[in-house]
Design a protein around this ligand. Sequence first.
Ligand code: GDP
Length: 318
Amino acid sequence: MSQSGEKGKFPEAAGYVGFANLPNQVHRKSVKKGFEFTLMVVGESGLGKSTLINSLFLTDLYPERYIPGAAEKIERTVQIEASTVEIEERGVKLRLTVVDTPGYGDAINSQDCFKTIIQYIDNQFERYLHDESGLNRRHIIDNRVHCCFYFISPFGHGLKPLDVEFMKAIHSKVNIVPVIAKADTLTLRERDRLKRRILDEINEHGIRIYQLPDADSDEDEEFKEQTRVLKASIPFAVIGSNQLIEVKGKKIRGRLYPWGVVEVENPEHNDFLKLRTMLVTHMQDLQEVTQDLHYENFRSERLKRHSKHLELRRAVLV
Ligand code: GDP
């Protein structure tokens, strides 16, 4: 893929994530240094989060996992597992951290699982604030969470109370991208109905999800069209698979059923490519919104709290 002109297409080439066109989005210096990005995945266990992440970045980020039994799940609190991989495509380095949250939704008390996740997000802001005010400002590693894929079950009739509560708890801290898991379990009509329902509920509850920016008027038509298609596809209904299946002499990532193969990278079968394109073409915007909106919120809250604390101390001393 060339570094320009092709951003209007969904990168479909097998074995290729497609972030080599990031230099279009960032200053050349950042290209040399590498691009840092943190993606968090949240959703009930078993919805296919690890499978999708492996499919997205074509790496086996997760070795065989231990799956806890039902009794254990009740006891379990949410954990945070951050894995970092460095991927390089055409000289462009991406330092990708995927933060997984196993145990989410397993415990009876939902507030407990929220707390751990919120604390993790805040801790990364705190660390950045600390590093930013330190001497070595040039070499700050940015571990702030730039995007959160929130996995919604395809088996419900929309959002569950847990989904609503959680998204409301984090929407001012992180860019939420809602994703319908295991889309191969839905017929086209069911998928469209579920998408509409989820969007309605997101609006009703005042949940703020990540808004893709409109394409600039000077962008080419293809890119504008891509942006329109991506916007219209939210919430992305995706399929993941760790299996390569041979179809017409070509190895493809897919799921084999008695009646045929569901192809992960086929835009007619699901929104996987759209989700990947959204992530890759909007990485810089996701970082900017994190910096300008979420981090600024955090910073000003922190400063307010700090000055209140100082006022109180002064009052006590006088
Ligand atoms: P996680 O707990 O959310 O990380 O879920 P996993 O990725 O471990 O997947 C749980 C199970 O769902 C595994 O048996 C996967 O093979 C299966 N699975 C993953 N993605 C899909 C999908 O898109 N469709 C279907 N039908 N099953 C899936």
